[in-house]
Ligand binder design. Structure first.
Ligand code: BES
Ligand code: MN
Ligand code: ZN
Length: 499
């Protein structure tokens, strides 16, 4: 989609469609009122006759309204004015795009970005509008032999701002929104691919492709190099698969050369059968999404490069396939991690932490400003938090706060859980330094406790995205989360640096 920003009167727009909002009980938004005045009460007249109430989700499409220049006017219902918040704003943009897409128009001039949303500025509204447009239009049909033939003439959207002095801010927000949307698109396409195509080797190729495209340094370690480094925990997970494991490293250097990097680590299990502790059959296909953390950190570094953020960022992806082949690790096997700590693999399905722990030791060499890992780590997180917020655990409260704020700012929210020492004992093992599972109680916390044993040398946070990375059922597919959160975290860090 092509986007631009504009400031001007709605009645004067020569557009295929001008979009304005109407609140419940027929209250016109300001741009709608301007149209109504120019049309000598045409809109208020329709509303009075009951053609539209202004209920959220409702629309009314009008053609050639007298006194106005556009071919069409689309009225979008916004619901009650005092209940109009982030969620309602996003829904209104979604409704707009779906409706515009069904008209014959080539472009749309959208005045909804002028609406006031409590505590949100024009930059927020523009960024969110871009993200919602792309979210609404996204289709994954790469694997279908016949693509759904959607007649889609809509090509260009213009977001309007009330005042000319908002144009520059809105332009910048538009560019950021488009960069973030490109990241989200990249993540979704990667995560939606099936496990037979998106293998660890495929992920490595995609990382190299981003590197090429954006001039980033990319390195991919293979089995032999990882063995040399002592990553026997990671390698144990790969043992049961014919797919070779990789450790992918992508570096974006937008900051000063001496500046410590922000390191993002993403779980890249391209398919999780559970291994010998095999998973039950229902919905196992969704375990192709077990590389969502990996896809999200690659997507985020891509977006950072597109935004040319003045930061150094490194994405690290341990990637394997978890299969129950003849060489697979057995429950009870003991491995030595790169850190030197030994692990009793009590359940081969708790494989995410086994690959992450070695990656988290590996990143010490970058002397990171902070490390954030992202993983579809525990089913327990879905039970605790559902599909609304991602789980957040951290060994540093400042970093946790930044991520929570970024989640709030991007409307890709996270919720903090306690990383208390009291939970650590659940990982005790009779035979090794630790087991890889901590029992049924507090599964998300004990998984983070396990990781915390490998992150003592730096500020670290962990995002458990098991409930938020993808949708199930009829709407099955990647959500692109937590790319909005991660990119806003980087944006805020960049702003802090330049302040
Ligand atoms: N990839 C799964 C976690 C998961 C479950 C993600 C459901 C999305 C939806 C992870 O590797 C896993 O299997 N975790 C186990 C851990 C357990 C054995 C301690 C789980 O959650 O059951
Ligand atoms: Mn698993
Ligand atoms: Zn997994």
């Amino acid at each position: 989609m092509e986007f631009s920003i504009k400031s001007g009167s709605p009645e004067k727009q020569r557009s295929a469609c001008v979009v304005v909002g109407v609140f419940e009980s027929r209250k016109l938004s300001l741009p709608a009122e301007l149209l109504d005045n120019a049309a000598h009460g045409y809109l208020s007249d329709l509303l009075r006759r009951g053609d539209m109430e202004g209920k959220a989700g409702s629309t009314l499409l009008l053609h050639k309204v007298p006194g106005t220049e556009a071919e069409r006017i689309l009225l979008v219902g916004l619901g009650k004015e005092r209940e109009f918040r982030e969620k309602e704003f996003r829904a209104a943009i979604g409704t707009t795009v779906r409706t515009l897409n069904e008209t014959g128009g080539f472009d749309g001039t959208i005045y909804l970005t002028e609406l006031s949303v409590k505590k949100r500025d024009v930059a927020w509204r523009v960024r969110q509008a871009v993200l919602m447009v792309e979210e609404t239009l996204y289709r994954f049909d790469q694997m279908k032999s016949k693509k759904d033939e959607v007649r889609r003439p809509l090509r260009k959207l213009i977001f309007c701002v009330e005042r000319r002095n908002e144009l520059a801010t809105a332009e910048q927000a538009l560019q950021q929104g488009q960069a973030i949307a490109a990241g989200i698109d990249f993540m979704k396409n990667l995560a939606n691919l099936p496990g037979n195509i998106c293998t660890p080797t495929y992920l490595a190729e995609q990382a190299k492709a981003i590197g090429q495209e954006h001039g980033l340094q990319t390195e991919v370690l293979g089995r032999a190099e990882m063995a040399q480094l002592g990553m026997h925990s990671l390698l144990a997970v790969a043992q049961g698969s014919h797919q070779p494991p990789h450790l992918i490293v992508v570096k974006y250097q937008g900051g000063k050369s001496g500046e410590k990097p922000i390191v993002l680590v993403g779980k890249g299990v391209t398919f999780d059968t559970g291994g010998i502790s095999i998973k039950p059959a229902p919905d196992m296909d969704e375990m192709k999404f077990d590389m969502s953390g990996a896809a999200s950190v690659l997507a985020t570094i891509k977006a950072a490069a597109l935004m040319k953020l003045p930061l150094n960022v490194i994405a690290v992806v341990p990637t394997v396939e978890n299969m129950p082949g003849g060489g697979a690790a057995r429950p009870g096997d003991i491995v030595t991690s790169m850190s030197g700590q030994t692990i009793e693999i009590l359940n081969t399905d708790a494989e995410g932490r086994l690959i992450l722990c070695d990656a988290l030791t590996y990143v010490e060499r970058f002397d990171p400003a902070c490390v954030v890992d992202v993983a579809t780590l525990t089913g327990a997180c879905v039970i605790a938090l559902g599909h609304v917020v991602s789980g957040l655990l951290a060994n540093d409260d400042g970093l946790a706060r930044e991520l929570l704020d970024a989640g709030q700012a991007s409307w890709d929210r996270a919720w903090q859980m306690p990383l208390l020492d009291d939970y650590q004992e659940q990982l005790n093992s009779n035979f090794a330094d630790m087991g890889n599972i901590g029992g049924r109680a507090a599964g998300t916390i004990t998984a983070a406790c396990f990781l915390s044993r490998f992150t003592k040398k730096y500020d670290w946070a962990h995002l458990d995205i098991a409930g938020t990375a993808n949708r199930s059922g009829k709407e099955k597919g990647s959500t692109g989360r937590p790319v909005p959160l991660l990119t806003h975290f980087l944006l805020a860090r960049a702003a802090r640096l330049s302040a």
